[in-house]
Every structure is written in structure tokens, then in C-alpha cells.
Design a protein around this ligand. Structure first.
Ligand code: OAD
Length: 270
């Protein structure tokens, strides 16, 4: 930990985050025991074609999935690991966060430099003209409330279709800003990711299994560029193979230790 603290104090950090950082905010991870993909088949719910197919054939199962995910995300608040990353950015030590999470919690914690490579659950996009809009939590809550009660199949399909909304510029149907399996990652977010890595000397990987590509290439790219890799994860995972330091702790416990040290050593402004 002493070595890690001295690396963090030097700054030029980039964070690479996965579902594990939000698990202590009450959002389940994807893989492993009680993971989201144990409850819902990702090939049905996270691939665009089968998602669209469910919309018509079994909107009730799709509704349950959407309600489950959004209710969890709407209730979640940033935890100590998220807020520590915001402090590190404010203190000029963190170039940016590359996150695979769609829960918006890094922005809610106060980070400004965030590359959301798997999108954001509140964002909706027009594939025709590029218009992008971010829905308010209340809008999503109202929608969840209305679909939860619906018991007529056709009406539910219609309501689910109306959720994304219509582009105010070109009248096309907006699409979810969340990246489905097999879709390309958003180019602007990928560009930002490379900028953060290229400005950094150390990548701190937090709570990711690094099993999903192309996102999982980024720590390997960082390693090749000569960045030190710190891997924070309570369980052993593949990033341990390239990590200079592996800390098998929960993200919140790790950041409590780190931030307590920095606070005690005149990083009061953090
Ligand atoms: P995973 O569910 O694959 O991995 C979560 C990781 O977090 C595991 O390695 C856990 O050990 C670790 N973890 C659990 N609790 C933790 C805690 N308190 N502190 C730190 N780590 C903890 O989630 P991701 O790696 O984010 O993609 O998955 C990547 C992508 O797979 C997701 O973005 C999503 C999913 O399919 C799409 O939807 C496109």
C-alpha cells in the first residue's frame, strides 16, 4: 500500500472501471454469483436483434428486465470509491475515468472527465442526425411506473417503443444510448479513453472482470504504452497477470485506506 500511495500522489492516473465499483451502491455485477446475467440471458436481453424480437413476441419479459435494471440504477447513489475518484480528479491527480458502467454514477459523484464506453442508461441517440439527449430521472421513473402496471401485450409493446422518444431534429426514433453486444463502441468515448491513457503513467483498474472485448483491450494497451497497472478487485482475475500491483479488496475499502492517508498528509483539499 505504501508504494501505491506514492504512485497515487504522483498523479497522472487513469481509472478503468467495471461493475464492481458500483456493487457497493447496490447495483449487482454481471458475472458470478447473483450476477445480472445469472437472472437474464445476455444473448436475449443484451443483443439488439433478440431485444427487438422480444419487444414484439414477449414484451412482458422485456418489461421485467427494463424495470429491474432501471429501478436499481435509479435508487443507486455514488459510494466512497466513486467520490474518491471525483476528489482525485479535482486535485489534478486523475486524467479521467474510462467506465464500462451505464449507471451515470461517476458524473453524479462529480467527475467531469468520463469516457462511458458502454454508454449511459439515461442517454438516447438519433442514429440519423447524431442528436443526443439525456433523460431526467423523473422521466424514467414515470415511464417505469406506467409500464409496470400494463397487462395488455400490444399496448405494452407500444409503450416500450415510445420510451426512447422521437428525435426533435429529424423525427426519427431515438435509440438507447446503451451499447448492446456486438455493437460498436461510441467513437467519441473511445477517443477520450485513448487521450486519458496517453496522458497517464498509471492505470487503476477497479472492479472489472475484463472479460468483455473490445473494452478489455484497454488495460493491455495501457500496459504496452508503459503505464503501471494497479488492479483493485476482491477476487483473482485475468488483470492480475499484467498488474504491477494487485489489491484483493473491495473498492470502497481500498479507497477508504488511500483517502485517509492522503487526507492525513495535507491533501485536505481532496
Ligand atoms: P463483471 O460482472 O464481469 O465483473 C465485475 C467484477 O467486479 C468482478 O471481477 C468482481 O470480482 C468485481 N467486484 C465485485 N464486487 C466488487 C467490489 N466491491 N469492489 C471491487 N470489485 C468488485 O462486470 P464488468 O467487468 O464491468 O457490457 O463487465 C463488463 C461488461 O460485461 C459490462 O459493461 C456489460 C457486461 O456484459 C455490456 O453490457 C456491453
Amino acid at each position: 500500500m505504501d508504494k501505491i500511495i506514492s504512485i497515487i500522489r504522483k498523479g497522472k492516473l487513469v481509472a478503468f472501471c467495471g461493475a464492481g465499483i458500483s456493487s457497493e451502491s447496490g447495483i449487482p455485477t454481471f458475472r458470478g454469483k447473483n450476477g445480472l446475467w445469472e437472472k437474464y440471458d445476455p444473448y436475449l436481453f443484451a443483443a439488439q436483434d433478440s431485444f427487438n424480437n422480444l419487444l414484439l413476441t414477449n414484451p412482458f419479459s422485456l418489461r421485467d428486465f427494463i424495470v429491474d435494471i432501471y429501478k436499481t440504477i435509479l435508487l443507486a447513489k455514488p459510494n466512497h470509491a466513486h467520490s474518491s475518484l471525483a476528489h482525485l480528479e479535482n486535485a489534478g491527480l486523475l486524467a479521467g475515468i474510462i467506465t464500462q458502467n451505464i449507471d451515470n454514477l461517476h458524473y453524479e459523484a462529480g467527475n467531469k472527465e468520463v469516457a462511458e464506453i458502454h454508454g449511459n442508461a439515461y442517454v438516447f441517440l438519433c442514429k440519423e442526425c447524431g442528436h443526443k439527449t439525456k433523460k431526467k430521472k423523473e422521466e424514467i421513473e414515470d415511464f417505469i411506473y406506467s409500464i409496470e402496471k400494463e397487462d395488455k401485450k400490444n399496448k405494452l409493446t407500444k409503450e416500450l417503443l415510445s420510451f426512447t422518444g422521437i428525435c426533435p431534429r429529424c423525427n426519427n426514433r431515438l435509440e438507447s444510448g446503451v451499447v448492446f453486444f456486438g455493437q460498436e463502441l461510441p467513437s467519441r468515448e473511445i477517443e477520450k479513453s485513448y487521450q486519458y491513457i496517453n496522458r497517464s503513467l498509471t492505470m487503476v483498474c477497479i472492479g472489472t472482470s475484463a472479460e468483455v472485448y473490445p473494452a478489455a483491450n484497454l488495460p493491455y494497451y495501457a500496459k504496452e504504452k508503459g503505464l503501471k497497472i494497479i488492479n483493485i478487485n476482491p477476487t483473482v482475475n485475468r488483470l492480475d497477470e499484467i498488474a504491477d500491483f494487485s489489491i484483493h479488496k473491495k473498492a470502497v475499502d481500498f479507497f477508504k485506506e488511500i483517502m485517509a492517508y492522503l487526507d492525513a498528509n495535507n491533501y485536505k483539499n481532496l
